[in-house]
Design a protein around this ligand. Structure first.
Ligand code: FAD
Length: 595
């Protein structure tokens, strides 16, 4: 009797705490309900072919006879490199007799130091901000080595670049085209505000040039394997030559504002990070030390491919959770453009020609790099639909899913306090080091969306905040795929099986979840099954020093009672049994609609 009363009291208390926590988060995040009802984020959707991007190719047919001086403003974005850079190549090849080349980078306040209230995240978290600033510093240094400079500003590009226009010159603003609408809006604003200039835009962020695809973008094959088959004959363009000293002549007599911007570099504090956060520095447990910049990117490439020959075992080790050489870890540098995807392609192909024995691995690595292309083209085809709660096919998605937005669960997932050791280790690794393996990303995404039934966008926005390799296209497309609203079969992972398969002895878990460091292997994957006396012996009390697992019928009947299975659980099972190209799922859907 006494026990019953105590239990009831405890449940009431838990309920109250849960409610309080929820209230707090709800206040923080704004009206979650509104978010839930929102079909899509307010971004432009590409509907027709006219809406689709047209990339202008530079014909370089400038009649410079009447032009006193050409001022070429190179606006850098996610292309922070000297090698294989189309906009640098444009400036070098520009035929004007007299030219000034002004490289510029803007820490746009719409992307830096900004919170995304609806999802309770930052647009660019501390670890990524630091990595990006290192990338800019290194890029500036490399530009200076060839006699140029880099102007850096905290203003919006449309506000900063208009001040660089010289009425006595022919002004040309050159930049690499982005394809998602927030980035495109910046381009539009820039073109509006800098009316006196010409604009040249280049494609430069994928292995294939978008204009070389042998289909129109709205005919992009539905699944990745078909995309690879369809593009197997497409040539990858050669690399642009590296710029040489004095090929990018800077302004001869710069004004005071230009001089100031050529040495300016913001501090992390300027983006709202506190001294306490900043002083923690980089996490030494990171899988490798990620240092931003082209120098570090090329060094990593050299190390991974030539010095350690690690690329030779990529196919077998790519899912390893610990150690520097399992997978390439190129993604953070690719995200900011410090290494060109075409460079990776051509150099790995060269290596492959000399080392045919390792083809299994080199082909696999290149295949993964093409996944990145696929994500880009997918985003280009579907535009803003990839940000919508039900992805590219709202009708289909909404007939299959009804996700929750439980703030307490989302918070625990984000912080790595779910009570599921592998999930917590992955999440803490990402929060702290800015990186998580591909396998980790798949598992935590599957857990959040398919096991805990939470709106995938709360995961995607968190990734955008924390990952140093965040790339809009790869991130949102991958979340679409992981959440079951992409075209292919959705992979539903069993966290406990993955934990045993990929972290047999719990080494990775113990590294990132030190509360469990003394727990023996037999309990490390499911510590809640440990008897009380063992918990005391191994220095962890479940529910006190390490949380009870979020209740999820698949893994445990116990837990903190804050998650209840939803009836639409069945839908996920249907998805799980879908055929590999998704046709089964589609058939089922259409059968349901048109019996
Ligand atoms: C939910 C989710 C979110 C993701 N978000 C991002 C993101 O924001 N930025 C990002 O670059 N990748 C993202 N990925 C893809 C992938 O996880 C990372 O590219 C990979 O883990 C990076 O590690 P690596 O460089 O060692 O990759 P490797 O295995 O060495 O692969 C080489 C390169 O190929 C590309 N690549 C590999 N796998 C993928 C993939 N599945 N999709 C797209 N490109 C791939 C990357 O550029 C990578 O650097 C995400 C995956 C998931 C499941």
């Amino acid at each position: 009797m006494e026990r019953k009363v105590y239990k009831k009291k405890q449940q009431k208390q838990q309920k109250f705490e849960h409610f309080e926590e929820q209230k707090e988060i709800q206040n923080d995040w704004g009206k979650l309900e509104q978010v839930w009802k929102q079909k899509e984020q307010p971004r432009v959707i590409y509907n027709t072919e006219q809406d689709l991007l047209i990339v202008e190719e530079n014909e370089q047919q400038v009649d410079s006879s009447n032009i006193k001086m050409s001022r070429i403003i190179l606006w850098f974005r996610n292309d922070l490199r000297l090698h294989d850079n189309p906009i640098i190549n444009y400036a070098i090849k520009h035929p004007a007799k007299n030219k000034q080349v002004i490289p510029v980078y803007c820490f746009d306040p719409r992307f830096h130091g900004r919170k995304v209230k609806e999802f309770g995240t930052s647009k660019c978290g501390l670890v990524r901000q630091r990595f990006l600033m290192e990338s800019i510093e290194n890029f500036r240094h490399n530009l200076e080595k060839i006699g140029s400079k880099l102007l850096v500003s905290n203003d919006k590009p449309e506000d900063f670049i208009k001040n660089l226009i010289d009425k006595d010159c022919e002004n040309i603003v050159v930049y690499q085209k982005e394809i998602c609408s927030e980035e495109e809006n910046v381009e539009k604003n820039l073109e509006k505000s800098v009316a006196d200039a010409k604009f040249q835009k280049f494609w430069g962020s994928s292995v294939y040039h978008v204009q070389d695809l042998n289909f129109k973008i709205n005919q992009l094959p539905r699944v990745y394997t078909s995309f690879r088959e369809a593009t197997s004959d497409v040539n990858v363009r050669p690399l642009f030559p590296d710029p040489k000293k004095d090929q990018l002549p800077f302004v001869l007599n710069p004004n005071a504002a230009i001089v100031e911007a050529s040495v300016y570099m913001p501090k992390l504090e300027d983006f709202g990070f506190t001294q306490e956060q900043i002083s923690k520095g980089k996490d030494q447990r990171s899988v490798i030390e990620f240092i931003g910049g082209e120098d570090a990117a090329l060094k990593r490439f050299k190390e991974y491919v030539y010095e350690t020959n690690a690329v030779s075992h990529y196919a077998d080790t790519r899912n390893e959770l610990l150690g520097a050489l399992g997978s390439s870890r190129f993604s953070p540098w690719m995200a900011v453009g410090s290494i060109s995807p075409r460079y990776i392609y051509h150099k790995v192909k060269e290596y492959e020609a000399k080392n045919p024995l390792y083809q299994k691995s080199t082909k696999k690595l290149i295949d993964e790099v093409f996944w990145r292309d696929w994500c880009r083209f997918w985003a280009l085809k579907y535009g803003n639909k990839i940000f919508g709660v039900y992805g590219y096919d709202f009708e289909r998605g909404s007939s299959m899913y009804k996700w929750d937005t439980n703030p307490a669960i989302i918070k625990r997932w984000r912080e790595g306090t779910t009570g599921m050791p592998l999930i917590d280790a992955f999440m803490r690794e990402m929060n702290s080091s800015g990186f998580m393996s591909n396998r980790g990303r798949q598992i935590v995404a599957s857990y959040l969306v398919l096991d805990l039934n939470q709106d995938w966008r709360f995961g995607a926005y968190h990734f955008e905040d924390k990952l140093i390799d965040h790339d809009v296209q790869s991130n949102y497309a991958s979340w679409n795929f992981a959440g079951g609203i992409g075209p292919s079969k959705v992979l539903r992972f069993n966290v406990l099986k993955q934990s045993r398969d990929h972290d047999k002895d719990g080494e990775f878990i113990k590294l990132w979840v030190p509360e469990l460091r003394n727990v023996p292997t037999e309990y490390i994957h499911e510590p809640w099954t440990m008897p009380k006396n063992a918990q005391e012996q191994f220095g962890v009390i479940i529910g006190e020093t390490y949380p009870k697992p979020i209740q999820c019928a698949k893994y445990t009947q116990q837990g903190s009672a804050d998650y209840q299975s939803k009836p639409n659980y069945q839908n996920h099972r249907q998805v799980f049994t879908a055929s590999s190209d998704g046709s089964h799922r589609e058939k089922k859907f259409y059968q349901k609609k048109n019996p």
